[in-house]
Design a protein around this ligand. Structure first.
Ligand code: 5AD
Ligand code: SF4
Length: 447
């Protein structure tokens, strides 16, 4: 082929977790050879992909309201004689609701689940060829990583790398075991090859992704994988998310004690501090076993920053159960956290449980929990003031002359400095701290 295809505009909107962010980048990669360039506005785009999230009702509803807006843009494009806008729905809503999406929003041309992104070029071509034919991709198999191009990250300092997908834990509130399927791990060699490619492009930090990343079952488990990754020249920081307390094994904890490349930050959701609720959630841990685990992890890596997920208003949660959650939070001391009101997901066991909690009670509990978690986050950030932290600068800051990066504890750090420090790990003396970020000054003789 000598002719160059006319460039087309691709708009991808990503909802939900970091795995979707990674998947959206892979979709852009697989579509680039077909002439699609990513744009950051949907107006006039030739292809719009919504990469959706199904975890809570609100996330799902957002997709339908966005589709309504996209449909108007599609009609405007057609009226202007500017060609066809193809609309695709990807991600977990696609997986969970499939054909229902096409029924609710007739403008949707194709629906594709997380395991079928490598089929996107074919699906789009078929949708174009058979005008009016609307397509739903096959939702099985794990050949997508073999078929998708490896992650590229031109110019990027940090990158996500999916190593595991799916979940076999079946927490009773959660749709993930249904939308993302069974736990499955990518082979070590495939991951190492992708990581080497990223390091060659200048990536200094990778975050390993998986719905149950620490259940990684490739050879050597997650600890073995992290050790291999730490040997890659240039790759100086390794993170992973999200972990389940049940899979936090000795080898991984030892890796935190021994590997300087493994960052001292751990997202370890507990969901609740009440054993009664944890049991009803099918979490397979108690408040006490979680606290003991935290103690072991802190013994291995005393400065580790902890993060968690919490759900308030799970069915049957009484005041005393909620107080137990607050108590657990006080005992752990989190550096950051995410808390949610329980959202009733059709098809999950908890949706049918008695004792559904009133919305007003959920609101009130969420506000109290957030107030405590915010207080802890500010306290953690303030505890860094006066320290010198190694900061990996990622990009220019908001103000001219400013750089923006991350501390080992995943805090955003701003400092004044020259652009050539982007991509470097530089000592920064922390001078002030707010809830969302730290500010400091370079500790360099000559910057
Ligand atoms: N309602 C509220 N929060 C939920 N999560 C998962 N399912 C639900 C639900 N039905 C939260 C959990 C999980 C995070 C990713 O989302 O806290 O760890
Ligand atoms: Fe959902 Fe529980 Fe699996 Fe996490 S461990 S994805 S909360 S079922």
């Amino acid at each position: 082929m000598t002719e160059t295809a006319p460039r087309k505009r691709l708009y991808i909107k990503t909802y939900g977790c970091q795995m979707n962010v990674y998947d959206s980048e892979r979709m852009a990669d697989v579509l680039a050879p077909l002439g699609y360039d990513v744009t950051d506005t949907p107006e006039g785009a030739d292809l719009v992909v919504l990469n959706t999230c199904h975890i809570r009702e609100k996330a799902t509803e957002k997709v339908y309201s966005e589709l309504g807006k996209i449909r108007e843009l599609r009609d405007a494009k057609a009226e202007a004689g500017d060609g066809v806008m193809t609309i695709a729905v990807a991600g977990c809503v696609a997986q969970a609701e499939g054909a229902e999406i096409m029924r609710r929003q007739p403008a949707v041309d194709l629906v594709v689940g997380p395991q079928a992104y490598h089929q996107l070029p074919e699906l789009i071509a078929r949708a174009h060829r058979a005008k009016g034919e609307r397509l739903a991709a096959d939702f099985a198999a794990h050949d997508k990583f073999d078929a998708l191009p490896a992650a590229r990250n031109p110019g990027g300092v940090t990158a996500f790398l999916t190593v595991q997908e799916g979940c076999d834990k079946f927490c009773t509130f959660c749709v993930v075991p249904y939308t993302r399927g069974a736990e499955w791990s990518r082979p070590v060699d495939q991951i190492l090859a992708e990581a080497r490619g990223l390091a060659d492009q200048g990536v200094r930090e990778v975050t390993l992704l998986g719905q149950n990343v620490n259940a990684y079952s490739g050879e050597g488990g997650l600890a073995g994988l992290v050790r291999r990754l730490a040997e890659i020249p240039g790759l100086d920081r390794i993170r992973y998310t999200t972990s389940h307390p049940r899979d936090m094994d000795e080898a991984l904890i030892a890796a935190h004690a021994e590997l300087p490349e493994l960052m001292p930050y751990l997202h370890l959701p507990v969901q609740s501090g009440s054993d009664k609720i944890l049991k009803a959630m099918n979490r397979a841990h108690t408040a006490d076993s979680y606290l003991k685990l935290i103690e072991t992890i802190r013994a291995a890596r005393p400065d580790i920053a902890l993060s968690g997920d919490f759900i308030v208003g799970f069915p049957g949660e009484r005041d005393a159960d909620f107080e137990a959650t607050l108590q657990l939070v006080r005992e752990v001391g989190y550096a950051s956290a995410f808390s949610f009101k329980y959202s009733r997901r059709p098809g999950t066991p908890a949706a049918a449980m008695p004792g559904q909690v009133a919305e007003a009670v959920k609101d009130e509990r969420l506000a109290r929990l957030n107030a405590l978690l915010d207080e802890q986050q500010v306290a953690f950030n303030q505890s860094q003031v006066g320290r010198v932290l190694p900061v990996l600068f990622e990009k220019p800051g908001r103000h001219p002359g400013q750089l923006s990066g991350r501390s080992p504890y995943l805090q955003a750090v701003h400092a004044t400095g020259p652009d050539h420090l982007i991509g470097q790990i530089v000592p920064v003396r922390i001078e002030s701290a707010a809830k969302m970020s730290l500010a400091g000054a370079l500790e360099l003789e000559s910057a």
